[in-house]
Design a protein around this ligand. Structure first.
Ligand code: GLV
Length: 330
């Protein structure tokens, strides 16, 4: 009998066909709406495998309803929406898609940094609404990127990829990380420093740490107060790492210069969110890894993880190696 899998969003035909070769696939058909919790709770009862997105809360209560589940294949590198401890306790493998999205997300991080520094969205809006009357010396002037100082909080794969881009812009790069990375320091000319120094010295601060209970509101009122008035904060990781209320006041009161945000505490961000009222914020709908090529490769990798796990093999991107695939083979 084919294992049953539940897929929480429409995937590219080729990937679905690959899953259907060996599995009985049930799909949430709505392309632009997440699967409702009650549907997920119903479908998970019969599922041997789950292919999910970061829009689903995979918590202990849901896993209690999943007696057959062997593997959760997540179409993202971040897995803060999955209760890994609960999954591990139940012997359920969890996989993610690291590596493949590193360069694409670093590109977006840098694009957001440049767009915010040079006020691209504001300038484009200005032109489109017919406000452009004449060229003017100080019109829509922003901050220089080239030759400035960047502080990277969280030097993982994406942090390093952002640092490489920064070096091409002749930036001085500070980083703060749980552990020092002497090799990256040497190869990329990075300088390790404590958080306070990084916040004080940087013209741009990029958040690239994973979201965990320990990094929730890592950037709040006190941290923002350390930043330069001309500084720009960029977040392409997870919204909850910044205290958004503190950020709103820091931006509105001119304590920092601007912010570029691809992620929010609540997603989709409500249209009346105070941060969306500020001209010095560039906001994006969580598109860090959204290049066609990368998203297709992510889906392919997630499918491969799922199929390997269901076949009793260790999936390449197992997040909880305490669960051995061979033990879960039934
Ligand atoms: C996207 O945010 C991801 O974690 O892959």
């Amino acid at each position: 009998m084919k294992p049953k899998i539940y897929v929480t969003r429409k995937l590219n035909e080729g990937i679905l066909a690959k899953l259907e070769e060996t599995c009985e696939v049930t799909l949430w058909e709505e392309e632009n709406l997440p699967v409702p919790r009650e549907v997920l709770e119903r479908e998970i009862r019969e599922a041997d495998g789950l292919f999910c997105l970061l829009t689903e809360q995979i918590d202990a209560a849901l896993l209690e309803k999943a007696p057959r589940l062997k593997i959760i294949a997540n179409l993202a590198v971040g897995y803060n929406h999955i209760d890994i401890e609960a999954a591990t306790a139940k012997g359920i493998m969890v996989t993610n898609t690291p590596g493949v999205l590193t360069e694409t997300t670093a590109d977006l991080t840098f694009a957001l940094l440049m767009a915010t520094a040079r006020r691209l969205v504001e300038s484009s809006d200005y032109l489109r609404r017919g406000a452009w009357v004449t060229w003017s010396p100080m019109l829509l002037t922003g901050q220089d990127v080239y030759g400035s100082t960047l502080g990277i909080i969280g030097l993982g794969r994406i942090g390093e990829a952002v640092a490489r881009r920064a070096k091409a812009f002749d930036m001085k790069v500070y980083y703060h990380n749980r552990t020092r990375k002497p090799e990256a320091e040497e190869q990329l000319g990075l300088e390790y420093c404590d958080m306070a120094t990084l916040l004080r010295e940087s013209d741009f601060v990029c958040i690239l740490v994973p979201y965990t209970p320990g990094t929730r509101h890592l950037i709040g009122h006190n941290e923002l107060a350390l930043m330069k008035q001309s500084a720009i904060l960029i977040n392409t990781s997870r919204g909850g790492i910044i205290d958004e209320t503190a950020l709103y006041y820091a931006l509105a009161e001119g304590k920092i210069w601007a912010a570029g945000l691809d992620v929010f505490e609540q997603e989709p961000v409500p249209a009346n969110h105070p941060l969306l009222t500020l001209p010095n914020v560039v906001t994006l709908p969580h598109i860090g890894s959204a290049s066609i090529k990368t998203r297709l490769r992510m889906a392919d990798i997630a499918a491969d993880n799922l199929l390997k796990g269901l076949a009793g093999l260790t999936p390449p991107n197992l997040v909880n190696p305490q669960v051995d695939a061979r033990d879960t083979k039934r």
